[in-house]
Design a protein around this ligand. Structure first.
Ligand SMILES: Nc1nc2c(c(=O)[nH]1)N[C@H]1C(S)=C(S)[C@@H](COP(=O)(O)OP(=O)(O)OC[C@H]3O[C@@H](n4cnc5c(=O)[nH]c(N)nc54)[C@H](O)[C@@H]3O)O[C@H]1N2
Ligand SMILES: Nc1nc2c(c(=O)[nH]1)N[C@H]1C(S)=C(S)[C@@H](COP(=O)(O)OP(=O)(O)OC[C@H]3O[C@@H](n4cnc5c(=O)[nH]c(N)nc54)[C@H](O)[C@@H]3O)O[C@H]1N2
Ligand SMILES: [Mo]
Length: 756
């Protein structure tokens, strides 16, 4: 029985008479993810897109009634009709408006295989067609990706070099986790998570006596540790806490001046701010207590422990997915620099242990085969989370990382492998923006809101319906993902759809280079063998790999320790920052003159909200984003069909809300329904709902309709993290809730749209 790779793990698909019956986790994985278990019923559920479909008035008259997207029935058409329509739209828009009028950012995770990676496929195709307006960075690490190269180094390089769990078990004494180490998130890694590591790593560290501190509004963001202290911090206040920790280190002379001198620049510019000389406000524990809701004594005691022990400071990505999200990342590095343990075994800082399975695996960061996307001749781009801004304000200037750009005029949007009605903030605003383009083309497997809001929908195969190669940087196995079932309905893989279109548009040879999908697998595999060698990995011949089905990347003898080379010899291994050192003050960032991201880390208060509860919309335990929300595993977690929301008992009591109730969650941007779980494991004043419930407006024609199913992005704010990064700020959101006393509307998210 062959093995297949999903973002959430490796499984053996069980097929009986051509039908997928079960997904069995591989035997070597001691902590497999249940997400895969919900797939069999989902793959052939009524949500599956079986045939190409076109929005009715668009089919009758190309481009007409864009305001009816998401409201009108679809007409099912033949592949011939659909592809002819797509080709003629691409020709028309290119001819009338040029390639920059095509938005092909197509953000999203798609599926795990490295060849049938929908976004890469689409980018290569659009490059062959003369280019497209693209998007930079990610929703995951919007602020982090832009900040880190200025102060330490490129984010991918840092992630690949993280100190290994094995090293931590041996050398770390105190693990301070801002945002915790949520086991729910370590289920996944982009491209594959073939052996789940987090639980056993925490166990081994516990056995070795490591003490954990979980700094989070949620107690269960860190579980399984023997010594585990919960600091229930107010969301968005971690920078103040870190400043206060730094204040204790400096004012009690517990920091490491030799490290600061040799490995950093700019401490002398930061210190007067920290101590209050520049703004009259010492960043003392007493000051931070009022912002974080943590007692000053607890902050002082933690700082002293951190200085005494070998300490790893970890920060979850979520903390930077917020307004001023650069600041907690910058303070993490600054705090670790003050402790002087960066580059030492077991100490320093981590950016997202627990966010993804493979971070800290200690394995070589060889990422396996890659499908070349070619070169994009169009220079227009947006920071990925500025998509509504772009569609609503074409031609207006925006700041980004020290430069000014302009939003292009988009006429056509092409998306494959992402769900914007999952990932973007302020969905009511997006719905307005989504009416602006003339044409929206989507490849999807399922009738998600992304597909329902398109003009032309092309049905894509799932990973089980095609051959592919699974691999992910720092993962244990490279996997030959063999096709196990026939394509469902008339679905086709993204590659063959795009190859067909390239043929119609006259650049088939450029796109396919004369290869079919199997030819490409062999080609990209062979190409990766050279890169593998530079990691000291000897990949077998393709036939051997394919026949065996698996290739295990050996665990290296030596441990990885982040920035160990730099510590050993900062002249021979300078950082890729302007100074070659860690930058506590960045002349470059200061030169950009952004009030919302000055030259050193600072506390920037957020504007007050008239809504009392802080909303955390974190990653879901039961799925990957919106993927397989329609599968049995995710659906079993719902309450009265709605996504569960965790609420502190105190907050519930004053509002007359009981466990299992349905509530209406609302603010100035919109409202959604959710099912209630009461808990003491959440800080009062904070409510939590995972992202990923399929967007389900009650009245598709109303621009601010009640959402029936529990999609938090109806109320999150579509506002930049800062002018530096323009990242998304999903975690900065405030709401009020009330018990829903009306008739409960049926959830219809998983029903296909009307087809005529
Ligand atoms: N409020 C809030 N919002 C958030 C976040 C948050 O923390 N809070 N997190 C953000 C983050 S970090 C991220 S990364 C984003 C994730 O946002 P996305 O990556 O857009 O979310 P997914 O649900 O993974 O969407 C992938 C889509 O691709 C489809 N698909 C899968 N395989 C294929 C394929 O082979 N071909 C085609 N054509 N389609 C395929 C799936 O059916 C699915 O609809 O969300 C962001 N949004
Ligand atoms: N099962 C599953 N795993 C996933 C994903 C998924 O969809 N499903 N998505 C993957 C992706 S794309 C990404 S980018 C990563 C994301 O990794 P993260 O961004 O770290 O994930 P989150 O779950 O949003 O946040 C982690 C925890 O941080 C806490 N937190 C939120 N705000 C604050 C704050 O202001 N202060 C403090 N101290 N804590 C805070 C929340 O309680 C939350 O549970 O996860 C990946 N892993
Ligand atoms: Mo992400």
């Amino acid at each position: 029985m062959s093995v297949t790779s999903l973002h959430w793990g490796a499984y053996r698909p069980q097929v009986v008479n051509g039908k997928l019956e079960a997904m069995t986790p591989v035997e070597w994985d001691k902590d497999p993810s249940p997400i895969g278990l919900g797939m069999p019923e989902a793959i052939t559920s009524p949500s599956r897109i079986l045939r190409p479909a076109v929005r009715r008035s668009f089919l009758e008259n190309t481009g007409s009634h864009p305001e009816l997207r998401g409201q009108e029935p679809f007409v099912e058409v033949s592949w011939e009709t659909a592809l002819a329509l797509v080709a003629s739209e691409l020709r028309r828009v290119k001819g009338e408006h040029g390639n920059s009028a095509i938005f092909g950012g197509s953000y999203g995770w798609g599926s795990a295989g490295r060849f049938h990676h929908a976004q890469s496929q689409l980018h290569r195709f659009l490059n062959g067609w003369g280019g497209y307006t693209y998007s930079t960075d990610s929703y995951s690490l919007g602020a982090g990706r832009v900040l880190m190269p200025h102060i330490v180094g490129n984010m991918d390089w840092l992630l690949a070099g993280h100190t290994s769990w094995r090293n931590l078990a041996e050398h770390c004494e105190l693990f301070v986790a801002f945002g915790g180490l949520p086991a729910k998130n370590a289920q996944c890694s982009p491209g594959g998570a073939s052996d789940h590591l987090l639980r056993s790593a925490v166990e081994r560290m516990s056995e070795a006596g490591v003490r954990f501190v979980n700094v989070s509004p949620l107690r269960d963001d860190l579980t399984g540790a023997r010594h585990n202290e919960w600091l229930a911090v107010r969301p968005g206040s971690d920078t103040a806490l870190m400043l206060a920790l730094a204040y204790v280190l400096v004012s009690e002379d517990l920091y490491d001046p030799a490290f600061i001198k040799r490995y950093t620049v700019g401490f002398e510019r930061f210190k007067p701010y920290l101590l209050g000389a520049t703004d009259g406000q010492p960043k003392s524990p007493e000051w931070a207590a009022g912002l974080t809701d943590l007692p000053a004594e607890q902050i002082i005691e933690l700082a002293r422990r951190m200085a005494r022990q070998r300490t790893m400071i970890n920060i979850a990505y979520s903390l930077q997915r917020a307004q001023h999200g650069e600041q907690p990342f910058w303070m993490t590095v600054t705090l670790a620099a003050l402790l002087g343990q960066i580059g030492l075994p077991g100490g320093g800082f981590g950016l997202g242990y627990g966010c993804m399975n493979n971070t800290g695996s200690g394995r070589k960061a060889f990422s396996g085969p890659r499908f070349s996307q070619g070169v994009n001749p169009v220079k227009d781009f947006i920071p990925v989370a500025r998509v509504s801004d772009m569609l609503l304000n074409p031609g207006t200037p925006f700041e980004y990382n020290g430069k000014q750009q302009r939003y292009p005029h988009i006429k056509l949007v092409y998306w494959a492998g992402g769900n914007i009605f999952h990932h973007h903030q302020d969905l009511n605003r997006l719905r307005t923006a989504w009416q602006r383009p003339q044409t929206i083309i989507v490849h999807e497997q399922y009738w998600t809101a992304q597909a329902k809001h398109a003009d032309i929908v092309l049905p894509a195969t799932t990973t089980l319906e095609r051959d592919d190669i699974g691999s992910s940087a720092s993962d244990r196995f490279m996997i030959a993902m063999k096709k196990v079932i026939e394509p469902v309905g008339e679905s086709r893989d993204d590659y063959s759809i795009l190859a067909d279109l390239a043929e119609r548009l006259g650049f088939a040879q450029d796109f396919t280079e004369g290869r079919d999908a199997v030819g490409w697998l062999r080609h990209i595999y062979d190409e990766s063998r050279g890169r593998a060698e530079s990691f000291d990995i000897a990949l077998p011949e393709f036939e051997q790999f394919w026949q065996k089905g698996l290739f295990e990347v050996a665990y290296p003898d030596a441990d990885t320790v982040l920035l160990a080379d730099f510590r050993a010899d900062p002249q021979a291994h300078p950082l890729q920052t302007p100074s070659g050192k860690l930058e506590i003050f960045s002349e470059r960032i200061a030169g950009f003159d952004y009030a919302d991201c000055p030259g050193h880390p600072v506390w920037l208060p957020r504007p007050a909200s008239s809504h009392p509860l802080h909303l955390l919309s974190n990653q879901p335990k039961t799925r990957l984003h919106s993927q397989y929300d329609h599968g049995g595993y995710s659906r079993a977690s719902k309450i009265q069909q709605r996504e569960p929301m965790t609420l502190n008992r105190e907050d519930a009591q004053v509002r007359g809300i009981a466990d299992g109730d349905v509530v209406r969650v609302f603010n100035e941007r919109g409202a959604f329904l959710a099912g209630v779980i009461l808990s003491d494991a959440i800080k009062p004043g904070v409510v939590q709902i995972a992202t990923g419930a399929w967007y389900d407006p009650q009245d598709v024609a109303a621009p601010d309709s009640l959402e029936k199913h529990g999609n938090p992005n109806v109320v999150t704010e579509d506002v930049r993290s800062s002018l530096l990064s323009q990242g998304c700020s999903a975690q900065t959101a405030y709401v009020e809730i009330e018990k829903w006393r009306g008739v409960l509307p049926e959830v219809t998210a998983f029903e296909p749209p009307e087809r005529v």
